[in-house]
Design a protein. Structure first.
Length: 349
């Protein structure tokens, strides 16, 4: 999502600027008084033509031929896939399972896509099928959450920024939004999220008492409730129990927020710990500064967590993007050192 602010002497002139700059499909996010109390300010947003394209474009811009082993010219797709998974530091057991699953894709099925313009090449189709066998993909949905969402995860994973992204996305679609933070003890925990809600003219409620949080959520039945939480140590029983009490009080879906780029095995253990807490979906962050995605695959497979979205930008206006098996296969293959360039960004699943 692309967000723009328009200042003008009158609402009519501001709306004319919106239509001229963003077109008729622009969505009005908020209106208010202009700078220094003069005129009006309109904040408008426009969705990109292809939501998945932004992820791939962002990823492509990171590629500057990092050093690594390149598959020899003329090697088959099996070697290409194995090289790609090894480059991404996918642990050997999962790498072997994915490679075997990809090898079981029939040549006719994998090659069928190349007969039509814009269809995936064989390695992408084979890897996509393998990923679908071991990973689950369940986007948050354009309509917003049906029940409160509680963003959970270790410290520094990007929960607060992800909360801001979800609040902005829901608000831009015209939904009533209730932003809540339970991160009341960390210095700056409230202020970071409040900086975004203030721009949208939305209140931010700070509440870390489970009974009070339950009452707050009950009073916001018609709104999309986004709850930010403090980072916890997934291996601390005390911290996880405190987080569980908040989740249960809000009757919320806990969604794990995990930063990519770390050790895949360690990330998988963290994902498993939060899965025991009740997480069924995860949002992967920091794809804009990550080269290797082994942690994403390991967290999803080891923790049995569905990939709900990926954050590819540090900007609150860029909501977590949905990611399907084919999109993920393209990301994995586009980053092989010395490998073939990423394909053109046609519509993805």
């Amino acid at each position: 999502m692309h967000l723009r602010s328009f200042d003008a002497p009158s609402m009519k002139e501001a709306m004319a600027s919106v239509r001229r700059e963003l077109g008729d499909d622009a969505v009005i996010v908020s209106t208010g008084t202009g700078r220094q109390g003069r005129g009006v300010r309109v904040v408008a947003a426009i969705e990109p033509a292809d939501p998945d394209e932004a992820v791939l474009v962002s990823w492509d811009r990171q590629q500057d031929a990092p050093s690594g082993t390149r598959a020899a010219a003329g090697t088959g797709s099996d070697t290409l896939l194995a090289d790609a998974l090894a480059y991404h530091r996918v642990p050997a057991p999962l790498l072997d399972r994915l490679a075997r699953a990809a090898g079981r894709v029939s040549p006719d099925k994998a090659a069928a896509g190349t007969k039509a313009a814009g269809a995936p090449e064989r390695p992408e189709a084979a890897l996509s099928s393998a990923l679908e066998a071991f990973l689950s993909f369940q986007p948050l949905g354009d309509a917003g959450p049906c029940r409160p969402l509680t963003l959970v995860g270790p410290a520094g994973a990007g929960k607060t920024l992800t909360a801001a992204k979800l609040v902005v996305a829901a608000h831009s679609k015209g939904r009533a939004v209730r932003a809540v933070s339970t991160d009341t003890r960390r210095a700056g925990g409230i202020e970071q999220l409040e900086a975004f809600t203030r721009i949208l003219g939305l209140p931010l409620t700070a509440e870390d008492d489970p009974p009070a949080l339950a009452r707050l959520v009950e009073g916001a039945a018609d709104a999309a409730v986004i709850i930010d939480t403090a980072g916890v140590n997934p291996f601390s029983a005390r911290e996880m129990q405190s987080l569980t009490r908040l989740i249960e009080a809000a009757q919320a879906e806990p969604v794990l927020v995990l930063a990519m780029g770390g050790d895949p095995v360690e990330t998988g253990e963290v994902a498993t710990a939060f899965a025991r807490l009740g997480c069924r979906r995860m949002i992967a962050t920091r794809l804009d500064v990550t080269r290797r995605l082994g942690a994403l695959l390991t967290a999803g497979e080891t923790g049995r967590l569905s990939i709900a979205g990926v954050a590819y930008s540090p900007h609150a206006v860029d909501a977590p993007a949905p990611l399907g098996a084919l999109s993920l296969a393209r990301l994995l293959l586009s980053a092989i050192p010395g490998g073939t360039p990423a394909p053109q960004h046609e519509a993805l699943q």
